[in-house]
Design a protein around this ligand. Structure first.
Ligand code: SF4
Length: 249
């Protein structure tokens, strides 16, 4: 296993270097050709994910698209999911939290425990988001995410091809790593890509309803996520650039 991981890490580093200055569409086309049905686009239907979905659909309309319904999404996000399904005529695989785990968590901690502590917030994200995504990705070889370096400090080091540290053996591809928010919007306007109505209400990052708000002038684009937390990376645990153990200590 160690050998395999070492080899994959070297492969990932070489691929990241090779694709760094190439367009997003080339990395997506390579991934579709390389992994076929073992590739998944994981999206929460934010703008970045919508650009990836549109780019990939133009290459292969049968590309696998997965998402997680945490059970706490805003109505606008559900509305967008069906709009995307109609527009692209694709099957979107929606994964939900494990019912038993969720019932246990809510029984022990209440419906909205995330405001009380970072630990409870991370545990909620684990039950509602991370575990369903892990389940969705089981059996895949690679997945594509919408991470961009400009989204937040915790994403500054994102590479276009990475080993998925949270899911060893998987490759994670970030074709928009070097895109700006402006470039994302320009693509969406140019190609009339569907987007979440909440962007028109001042949201710049869209997740669960109780944990996301619109941002104010000058705020970081992910400042509206878990806005009550300070000095903590705006991450849920799906992406593994955060050493939570150190932060908790
Ligand atoms: S974003 Fe909030 S509601 Fe959603 S899973 Fe995380 S803590 Fe729970």
């Amino acid at each position: 296993m160690a050998e395999l991981l070492t080899r994959n890490r070297l492969d990932a580093e070489a691929l990241a270097a090779a694709f760094e200055s190439r367009p997003a569409t080339e990395l997506i086309a390579w991934a579709i050709a390389e992994f076929g049905s073992d590739l998944a686009i994981a999206t929460s239907f934010q703008n970045d994910g919508m650009v990836i979905l549109d780019l990939a659909w133009r290459i292969d309309p049968g590309v696998r698209v997965i998402t997680v319904d945490s059970g706490r999404l805003r109505p606008e996000t559900f509305e967008l999911i069906d709009r995307v399904r109609d527009r692209y005529q694709i099957a979107i695989e929606v994964f939900s939290p494990d019912a038993f785990d969720l019932e246990q968590f809510v029984a022990a901690n209440g419906v909205n425990p995330f405001y009380r502590s970072l630990d409870l917030r991370l545990r909620c994200c684990e039950v509602r988001k991370v575990e369903p995504l892990n389940r969705a990705l089981r059996g895949t070889a690679a997945w594509i995410s919408g991470q961009r370096r400009g989204q937040s400090l915790s994403r500054r080091a994102v590479r276009k091809v990475e080993i998925d540290e949270a899911r060893p053996g998987l490759l994670k591809l970030n074709p928009l790593a070097d895109w700006s928010a402006e470039a994302v919007w320009a693509y969406i306007r140019q190609h009339d890509v569907p987007y979440n109505d909440l962007y028109d209400q001042g949201f710049t990052s869209i997740g669960c309803a109780p944990c996301t708000r619109a941002i104010g002038p000058g705020e970081d684009s992910r400042a509206g996520r878990w806005w009550w937390e300070t000095g903590v990376p705006k991450e849920c645990g799906i992406h593994c650039q955060v050493d939570w153990a150190t932060i908790r200590a």
